[in-house]
Design a protein around this ligand. Structure first.
Ligand code: SF4
Length: 185
């Protein structure tokens, strides 16, 4: 008997000039330890975070789920899915780079040292069993809520399946290695 061949998500890697950092449009939900680390690093390096509003982390909500979340500021994307907001995470710099990452690089630390895990893992995610592969179809997109909000990762340039891309565990080998190194499963 011939077994059906499992098809895997294939991806292109992030090109910030093309995507304008659209994956940061909603900001990021934070784990308690991530919020603590961010407050510490902002207090220690105020000169790097002059672009932040006073309340740069607040009580957020998404489809009935609540949690601490980074604030956003208005931003007009040249090209975005209709259901995405014209906003950007407060930590985004004008060119779309994450200021938590640019500081880490400046301080000669690992580039994701201060960055929330959900951000550096994207379009991967994780649950209590470990890494969750990026959705291949919009139907598999965990944020597909129907016509009013048909998905998130599958609408981003680095998260949408493309048969011409590389299979996700090769394209995202740095993320997979860091996840394993940090032993966050
Ligand atoms: S914390 Fe950084 S990577 Fe995460 S959403 Fe904000 S700007 Fe983007």
């Amino acid at each position: 008997m011939t077994m059906p061949k499992k098809t895997h998500t294939k991806l292109h890697y992030c090109d910030l000039n093309a995507c304008e950092g659209i994956c940061c449009s909603d900001g990021a939900f934070l784990l308690p330890e991530e919020e603590d680390l961010i407050h510490q690093v902002v207090a220690r390096h105020p000169e790097h975070f002059t672009h932040l509003p006073k309340n740069y982390i607040f009580d957020g909500e998404w489809e009935g789920n609540t949690g601490r979340k980074t604030a956003v500021y208005p931003f007009s994307y040249k090209n975005k899915p209709d259901h995405f907001a014209n906003t950007r995470c407060a930590f985004s710099e004008q060119d779309g780079k994450c200021s938590l990452q640019t500081l880490a690089v400046k301080l000669d630390k690992h580039k994701w040292h201060y960055k929330p895990m959900g951000c550096w893992l994207f379009p991967l995610s994780s649950d209590d069993k470990g890494l969750v592969s990026p959705p291949r179809t919009r139907r598999e997109d965990p944020n597909n809520l129907g016509t009013r909000y048909p998905g998130f990762a599958t609408f981003t340039p680095c998260g949408k399946h493309d048969a011409k891309g590389k299979v996700w565990w090769i394209q995202l080998k740095e993320e997979v290695a860091e996840y394993r190194r940090a032993d966050v499963s």
